[in-house]
Design a protein around this ligand. Structure first.
Ligand code: 4NP
Length: 156
């Protein structure tokens, strides 16, 4: 039933590199394990710079190389997201302090955590690859994959 769905929102600064990678991976994993009807998955930006655009071509390339075709129009996080989603995942400490500032002192439904908290290899920060080359998108993909897999496993 719709109301039983768990809602997960992946956040990063621009919503063109890290959070769309995590979003695409998580959607892929729930499809793969046959539970996509139990999840609502989305991603969003802290900043407004890329709203309406598709993810960075380097992010789409690493996804495609891993068998994931993905399209997503960038959007900016809203205050309502803190009450709509059950989990909001940031990628680095700056994301976390921005999220804290955006939500203010309101008590919200969402559990706001760093995605890296779920990494079985204990790498907490998923670094911003935007100013780097394609090469830096591969470890970002691997980190997001490990974390998404472990987070999903925690429900099984
Ligand atoms: P993301 O990377 O937060 O992983 O999507 C960035 C994308 C764009 C910018 C910064 C980080 N930017 O400054 O435009």
């Amino acid at each position: 039933m719709e109301s039983e769905k768990k809602r997960v929102l992946f956040i990063c600064l621009g919503n063109i590199c890290r959070s769309p990678i995590a979003h695409a991976i998580f959607e892929h994993l729930v499809k793969e394990n046959g539970t996509s009807d139990k999840w609502e998955v989305d991603s969003a930006a802290i900043g407004e710079w890329h709203v309406g655009k598709q993810p960075d071509r380097r992010a789409l390339k690493v996804l495609k190389e891993n068998g994931i075709d993905f399209r997503h129009a960038v959007r900016q996080i809203t205050q309502d997201d803190f009450d709509k989603f059950d989990y909001i995942f940031g990628m680095d400490h700056m994301n976390m302090s921005d999220l804290e500032e955006l939500n203010g002192s309101r008590k919200s439904k969402a559990k706001v955590e760093m995605l890296g908290k779920y990494d079985p290899e204990n790498v907490l920060v998923i670094p911003d690859p935007y100013y780097d080359t394609q090469a830096e998108f591969y470890p970002v993909y691997a980190q997001c994959y490990r974390c998404c897999k472990a987070f999903l496993k925690s429900f099984q």
